[in-house]
Design a protein around this ligand. Structure first.
Ligand code: ADP
Ligand code: ADP
Length: 229
């Protein structure tokens, strides 16, 4: 059971002008297993908000509460969160298996456990035949699946995804959308997905948060957001 409360969150970057907030008064209660999409144009503060939840950026003002616990000061590695980035961030010299296993090795999981988790993720993602390949020998969609696999093996109840499909061509984006929706069903994660693509927001979200210039404009189901008069 994972609930995330963002209580009046603000972000001002250290080098920004005094009253220049990248994110202002972001206020949202996220329910267990919800699929939330942050949508809005480039620069509106989506990534910044996601990175504050991951602990990759400090929160200037406001509270991040996960399952009733104050998390503002928790180190990223101690947050039970997996994040998928736009640019895959795979290690080119490592095989698919080793790319997926890397975080678990760092955390000193034993070999059998690592193999079990990587094999499971590979199976879910249709990568079993590719485990011995290097990233250069994969298609864009397969690489993005490996990046998803690295998140899956962490077994985290919270998934954060920052424009995970925007480097893929249009056709692949559509099929990966369905795949991510299926993964969400299968893994029961509480997910926050960032995109500037309204179609992605509409087809994937339980609820959409529409952002503009650092502020939340609207929060609602796809129906409420896109069919409102
Ligand atoms: P989005 O994800 O919606 O494209 P961002 O969260 O990346 O938006 O950016 C929000 C605002 O914060 C933008 O004005 C951007 O220029 C600024 N910003 C983002 N990262 C930094 C940073 N590391 N330092 C200073 N300003 C930043
Ligand atoms: P990776 O996830 O790239 O295999 P680690 O799991 O060892 O590598 O991540 C090291 C630290 O860097 C994490 O504890 C966290 O602070 C940050 N970090 C790296 N990748 C992620 C991620 N996918 N999600 C959240 N934090 C991450």
């Amino acid at each position: 059971m994972v609930e995330i409360d963002l209580n009046h969150i603000y972000k001002r970057y250290a080098n920004a002008e005094e009253n220049n907030y990248a994110v202002s008064d972001f206020d949202l209660h996220i329910k267990d297993k919800e699929f939330i999409v942050f949508v809005g144009p480039s620069g509106c503060g989506k990534s910044t908000t996601l990175r504050m939840i991951a602990g990759l950026e400090d929160i200037t003002k406001g509270e991040l509460i996960i399952d009733g616990k104050y998390e503002n000061d928790t180190a990223p590695k101690d947050r039970n969160i997996a994040m998928v980035f736009q640019n895959y961030a795979l290690y080119p010299h490592m095989t698919v298996f080793d790319n997926m296993a890397f975080g678990l090795k760092l955390r000193k999981y034993d070999k059998d456990k690592i193999k079990e988790k990587v094999d499971y993720a590979a199976k879910v993602l249709g990568l079993t035949e590719y485990l011995d390949r290097k990233p250069a020998a994969l298609s864009g969609g397969q690489r993005q699946r490996v990046a998803l696999g690295r998140a899956i093996v962490r077994d985290a109840p919270i998934f954060l995804m920052d424009e995970p499909l925007s480097n893929l061509d249009a056709k692949l984006r559509v099929s990966m959308r369905a795949e991510i929706a299926r993964l969400h069903q299968e893994l029961h994660t509480t997910t926050i997905y960032v995109t500037h693509d309204q179609t992605e927001a509409m087809t994937m979200a339980d609820r959409i948060v529409v952002m503009s210039m650092g502020e939340v404009q609207q929060i609602g189901t796809p129906k409420e957001v896109y069919e409102s008069p």
